[in-house]
Design a protein. Structure first.
Length: 238
């Protein structure tokens, strides 16, 4: 949008929201608060008034307040999912916004969602890509087209596997992560992964599994260096 500043004959500039969520929130808060303040803002104690050119301020304000609510929900969601990366709004499609609305309901509001999931498994792990962010989730079936969706890394997961003798062994559920996950997944909780290994440290067999897992991590680190991943590898090896 274009803004006209009414000061000593006036001037005009274009106002564009930042493409990242966190900077976009800062932009929106500035705009919304100045409109509510009578289309006025101050710089070093000097007041400036503005008007939107060829637009209705009230219509813009309603839209941008809704947009601000949406962006704040994204931040709340990313905080719960332990996502440090910022969402690129310029890459956000209509389908992505639908996915976000589903996650708002399932993760923020902790409600079941009506979605269609391929297959008949009662529990499934899936990767969901939203713009530049990729999220690993676990989906629990409640009924026909009714599911509970949770963060894969915050769920109290248990993994069991029979050994050669047929005895059931408790496994680390995060051993299913592959090299590509450590490179691409945005909501990895490294502390949860480390604690999972620690909780199984009294089982002798877990050390061989941990070595294989660390090889995948090292391969991912070689391709995409990541301090948090490096610290996880070092702490597991300790």
């Amino acid at each position: 949008m274009s803004l006209s500043i009414n000061e000593q004959g006036g001037s005009k500039f274009d106002f564009k929201l930042a493409s990242s969520v966190r900077k976009g929130i800062t932009d929106l808060v500035f705009y919304v608060e100045t409109v509510k303040n009578g289309n006025k803002f101050s710089i070093k104690g000097k007041d400036f008034t503005f008007s939107i050119i060829n637009s209705n301020i009230e219509d813009h304000l309603d839209f941008l307040e809704d947009r601000l609510t949406f962006l704040n929900k994204v931040i709340d969601l990313f905080t719960i999912l332990n996502i440090d990366e910022d969402l690129d709004l310029e890459k956000l499609s209509t389908e992505d916004q639908i996915y976000l609305d589903i996650l708002f309901k399932s993760i923020l509001d902790k409600e079941s969602v009506n979605i269609k999931v391929e297959g008949d498994d009662n529990t499934s792990v899936t990767n969901l890509k939203i713009a530049n962010i990729q999220i690993k989730l676990i989906v629990f079936k409640n009924g026909v087209d009714s599911y509970t969706i949770k963060d894969f890394f915050s769920s109290e997961l248990q993994a069991m596997q029979p050994n050669d003798k047929g005895d059931i062994r408790i496994m680390n559920p995060f051993s299913i992560l592959e090299k590509e996950d450590y490179i691409n997944i945005s909501n990895i909780n490294y502390g949860v992964i480390l604690n999972s290994y620690k909780s199984l440290s009294h089982f002798d067999y877990i050390y061989q599994i941990a070595i294989l897992d660390m090889l995948k991590m090292l391969s991912a680190y070689d391709e995409k260096p990541n301090e948090k991943l490096f610290n996880l590898i070092r702490n597991i090896s300790d």
